[in-house]
Design a protein around this ligand. Structure first.
Ligand SMILES: O=P(O)(O)OC[C@H]1O[C@H](O[C@H]2O[C@H](CO)[C@@H](O)[C@H](O)[C@H]2O)[C@H](O)[C@@H](O)[C@@H]1O
Length: 248
């Protein structure tokens, strides 16, 4: 099923956007993503037309989202729901356990294999194997083992990454929190994401929020809509903006 552009309603909908693989193409390393030149301007217009009901919902920390989306400071959820900046600019961080013991357990593996990368975050630790895909099983086993020895964390799988994350909240919880507050409350939530970590978000918007999810790319998903890739999402959003221009 594809979402008809006229169905998107800036007056009535709230837009929640994942970052990697959705707003930007995936890159070899976390630090090497390059937002499209017109992305910032497009997000700014979308936010204005939605009267602020637009948020980024990511596995990355909010501070990184700000870096890539500067000068915008959008409402945002980071680290898969462990932190959230609401529409008034207030940052709420759930008190997460320390990842130092996980780091100690996983660092020797990464030291042995230069293709692996550990990405520490507040309340989470991601083990990336994009540059060493043959080590996927090794990484998953090592992460499962580490998490079994350090209480308070859950294991998340993502694209070429396995992550330990404090078991406190997920993307669905983050969207639910936004939807209880202005300017999101009372609107229909639309969540766009590409990865298995986005399924909690699709689940919430479709089961509880009366909205819909849009999955970017292939793979099984609960989302009831699909778009092929980030470029298709950009095009879809541009069309929504043009439809508003035509009406005004
Ligand atoms: O929830 P998202 O906004 O999609 O963030 C998910 C993870 O994204 C980043 O990792 C992914 O993107 C990297 C850059 O394209 C890529 O190299 C990596 O293989 C992907 O897994 C980020 O580094 C993680 O912290 C996020 O959790």
């Amino acid at each position: 099923m594809s979402l008809q552009i006229h169905e998107y309603d800036f007056a009535a909908d709230a837009l929640f956007l994942d970052f990697d693989g959705t707003l930007v193409n995936l890159a070899p390393e976390p630090d090497s993503v390059v937002p499209a030149p017109d992305l910032i301007e497009m997000l700014q217009r979308l936010q204005e037309l939605s009267h602020g009901a637009l948020a980024v919902v990511s596995g990355r920390p909010v501070v990184q989202l700000d870096h890539y989306l500067a000068p915008l400071h959008l409402p945002a959820a980071g680290v898969h729901g462990l932190e959230r900046r609401d529409a008034s600019g207030r940052l709420i961080q759930l008190s997460a356990p320390d990842t130092a013991r996980l780091m100690e357990r996983l660092a020797p593996l990464v030291a042995r294999h230069p293709g692996l990368l550990l990405e520490p975050k507040r309340g989470a630790l991601a083990l990336h194997y994009r540059k060493a895909p043959h080590l996927e099983e090794t990484c998953i086993e090592a992460m499962n083992h580490a998490v079994s020895r350090v209480p308070g964390f859950t294991v998340l799988r993502g694209k070429m990454v396995v992550e330990a994350k404090a078991a406190l909240a997920d993307k669905g919880d983050a969207i639910a929190s936004f939807m209880r507050e202005a300017p999101f409350a009372g609107r229909r939530p639309v969540f766009v994401g590409d990865d298995v970590t986005d399924e909690a978000g699709f689940d919430w918007v479709q089961s509880h929020g009366g909205g819909f999810g849009i999955k970017i790319g292939e793979g099984p998903s609960k989302a009831n809509m699909r778009l092929d890739n980030p470029a298709a999402l950009h095009q879809w959003l541009e069309q929504a903006l043009k439809a508003v221009d035509r009406r005004s």
